[in-house]
Design a binder for this molecule. Structure first.
Ligand SMILES: Cc1cc2nc3c(=O)[nH]c(=O)nc-3n(C[C@H](O)[C@H](O)[C@H](O)COP(=O)(O)O)c2cc1C
Length: 193
């Protein structure tokens, strides 16, 4: 079924497009690695196979944002255990807190989800166990007015894809293909797994 590079290309595009919109799919959760040898789970919010970007949402105060600003190289890892498919992406990322993409992403969120950006920044030390949220919003949805101070903390991470590595586990023999983006087009090749 994955006999051609075109079939593999179609497979990873379809998987990532669906993963961005279906929270039940394993690839809805990505592992984002940054240049400081750190990695963390993020929700994949969008995958665009026309301009080859992935989008994530985060808190602008989180350490990974400064790491990406200093060195934009990122790796993004996906694995679907039942499909036995691993997708690894290399790219360069940018942080946007303003502009049409960040504004649209903020508008699309629920107030309950947006309340996370009202609290302490991720990684802020605390003398006691904490959610970081202001106590009045623990489990409580803020109003639009109450969310105004949260908006500057919200950021999108846009990763421009440069290379895709696709791996399929198979009893008959694993399969692996790699694609590099050059002049807007993917150049594919088979690799020994
Ligand atoms: C299932 C799951 C989903 C998560 N989704 C996000 C997310 O979409 N955005 C985000 O910033 N952090 C998300 N996190 C938290 C991150 O993994 C991470 O702890 C946080 O962003 C701080 O990362 P940093 O210290 O590397 O900046 C998620 C964690 C888990 C376990």
């Amino acid at each position: 079924m994955f006999d051609t590079l075109d079939a593999v290309r179609d497979d990873f595009i379809r998987r990532l497009e669906r993963a961005a919109t279906d929270r039940h799919l394993p690839m809805h959760l990505a592992t984002l690695a940054t240049s400081d040898a750190d990695a963390r789970v993020l929700v994949l919010r969008a995958f665009d196979a026309e301009d080859w970007t992935l989008r994530f949402h985060t808190d602008n105060r989180s350490p990974k944002c400064d790491v990406i600003r200093a060195d934009p190289r990122v790796g993004v890892l996906f694995y679907d255990r039942s499909a036995k498919v691993q997708i690894r992406i290399k790219g360069v990322a940018r942080i946007e807190t303003e502009g049409p993409i960040a504004d649209a992403a903020w508008e699309a969120g629920t107030n309950f989800a947006r309340r996370c950006y009202l609290g302490e920044g991720p990684g802020t030390r605390s003398t006691q166990m904490t959610s970081g949220l202001p106590p009045q919003f623990e489990g409580i949805e803020p109003t639009d007015d109450e969310l105004v101070p949260a908006r500057p903390n919200f950021a999108v991470i846009i990763a421009d894809l440069q290379e895709v590595d696709w791996f399929f586990l198979s009893h008959a023999g694993h399969r692996r293909a790699q694609f590099t983006l050059a002049d807007g087009a993917l150049q594919g090749r088979w690799l020994a797994p």
